[in-house]
Design a protein around this ligand. Structure first.
Ligand SMILES: Cc1cc2nc3c(=O)[nH]c(=O)nc-3n(C[C@H](O)[C@H](O)[C@H](O)COP(=O)(O)O)c2cc1C
Length: 139
């Protein structure tokens, strides 16, 4: 088994009126499918963008990423990093989620993520560190 970690960022196509409902749907299907495929990771969401860390066996990560890229709920999906890992960084998360809101805004800001400098503008390693920080808060 070769474990890999994939990081991408994208522009959100969710509209404000049903953003929360759509986000709930995304995370529900992500958790269900990822549990089946032994994929773990973390999803960062702002009003304008997404960034996601996917960890797992290389073939299943590639297959999952293929489905995610084709999803019309986001656009301009850009692969930021794909590399082998020795162990998972998010072992307890079939998919963690953190939205940038009043309570998390400060931490997103510490990593430079603001509406003007949104998730796709950041390097993969910084996004993984931010996701790690937020996952520890939620554990
Ligand atoms: C931002 C975002 C993150 C997603 N994350 C995952 C994920 O981690 N795992 C997954 O299987 N599907 C994820 N999805 C959902 C897939 O795009 C897709 O809807 C799902 O895999 C079901 O595929 P199907 O509609 O072809 O059955 C995500 C979608 C979006 C928009």
């Amino acid at each position: 088994m070769s474990l890999i970690r994939l990081v991408y960022a994208s522009q959100s196509r969710l509209v404000e009126a049903n953003r929360q409902v759509e986000l709930d749907r995304i995370i529900e299907s992500a958790r269900r499918l990822n549990a089946r495929h032994e994929i773990t990771g973390f999803l960062l969401a702002t009003t304008g963008a997404f960034a996601q860390v996917l960890e797992g066996e290389s073939a299943t990560v590639a297959e999952t990423y293929g489905r995610i890229v084709a999803d019309p709920r986001h656009a301009e999906v850009r692969l930021l990093a794909e590399s082998p890992i020795d162990q998972r960084g998010f072992p307890q998360w079939s998919m963690g989620l953190a939205e940038r809101d009043e309570t998390t805004m400060f931490i997103f800001g510490l990593y430079g993520v603001t509406p003007e400098d949104d998730l796709p503008q950041h390097a993969a390693d910084d996004l993984v560190d931010l996701a790690g920080e937020l996952s520890r808060q939620r554990a």
